[in-house]
Design a binder for this molecule. Structure first.
Ligand code: PBG
Ligand code: ZN
Length: 321
């Protein structure tokens, strides 16, 4: 036999020597849910280990995250009041804006990313404003720009629009530039599928649509040809990072996109992916730590620079920093 591929797997040192995919905390963004109100610390039932926190309870959590070596956060807000036009999303005194000010002041070392969307703020739970049952594209884009600007004014280091309206990246780039924020990057949720894997998140953020679904704006997973169009449109419109979401069931997409484009690729290891791992681990059916790390390597191997994951805190503890 000439080819014995086992030769380079024969010892730990040899395996380490030939490995070419790496993974560290530097690659991770940790999502957090901030709720308007006082003294709130509610565990999200379908996402064990994840909490909704009010600003007065953030300090302790951020202290822990800092000590664990987590460097980047993705902020989601849960407002007290919702209305049809999602006013709280672009209120300068809104929950995300206040959380940004608090974190920037108390913990300036974090890189703060904000999810820019309307579904947590609209009474109907859709990602934009409605006319009848239709989500209006261009009118929503104008509001998304307002949201992004109010986030950046309050301290966001990067904005991540997740709405899936057409043309929002170009509009947001222009709006940010007009305000002088020429160096604030946009991480575009470019390739975002209408996925049932977001179920636990919608419980976490109270953002399920009250009627219908998001299929008229999020993507159809039954198509293998349309996703590069989304990536290329967003690149042409000025996106700085291209995101694919969900993660694990879409690694074919991550791989193709990362081979096809030169910008950094992010992958969102979403709520449902997290819940499935946690549930199986709680049943004692899988080795949680090993499965999670294997998943992280899989996403890195597919070409993702950045992984947004609820497992970040556990990973940090396992990696013992
Ligand atoms: C808001 C948004 C969602 C997620 C991120 N931003 C929900 C949705 O589109 O319904 C999902 C995150 C997750 O499931 O972890 N549009
Ligand atoms: Zn949304």
């Amino acid at each position: 036999m000439i080819n014995r591929t086992r030769r380079t797997r024969s010892s730990q040192i040899m395996r380490d020597l030939v490995s070419n995919v790496n993974f560290s905390l530097d690659n991770l963004i940790y999502p957090i849910f901030v709720e308007e109100g006082k003294n709130i610390k509610k565990e999200i039932p379908s996402m064990p280990g994840q909490f909704r926190l009010s600003i007065d309870n953030l300090k302790e959590e951020l202290e822990e995250l800092k000590n664990l070596g987590i460097k980047s956060l993705l902020l989601f807000g849960i407002p007290e009041k919702k209305d049809p036009i999602g006013s709280e999303a672009y209120n300068d005194k809104g929950i995300v804006q206040e959380a940004l000010r608090f974190i920037k002041k108390e913990f300036p070392q974090f890189l703060l990313v904000t999810d820019v969307c309307m579904c947590e703020y609209t009474s109907h739970g859709h990602c934009g404003i409605l006319k009848g049952e239709e989500v209006l594209n261009d009118e929503t884009v104008e509001l998304l720009c307002k949201i992004a600007i109010s986030h950046v004014k309050a301290g966001a280091d990067m904005v991540a629009p997740s709405d899936m309206m057409d043309g929002r990246i170009a509009a947001m780039r222009k709006a940010l530039d007009n305000e002088g924020f020429i160096n604030i990057p946009i991480m575009a949720y470019s390739i975002k599928y209408a996925s049932s894997y977001y179920g636990p998140f919608r419980d976490a953020a109270d953002s399920a649509p009250s009627f219908g679904d998001r299929k008229a704006y999020q993507m159809d997973f039954r198509n293998s040809r349309d996703y590069l169009i989304e990536a290329r449109n967003d690149i042409a419109e000025g996106a700085d990072i291209i995101m694919v979401k969900p993660g694990m069931p879409y690694l074919d997409v991550v791989k193709t996109v990362s081979d096809a484009i030169d910008l950094p690729v992010a992958v969102y290891n979403v709520s449902g992916e997290y819940s499935m791992v946690k549930a199986a681990a709680q049943m004692g059916w899988i080795d949680e730590k090993k499965v999670v790390l294997e998943n992280m390597y899989a996403m890195r191997r597919a070409g993702a620079s950045i992984i947004i994951t609820y497992h970040a805190k556990d990973i940090a503890k396992w990696m013992g920093i």
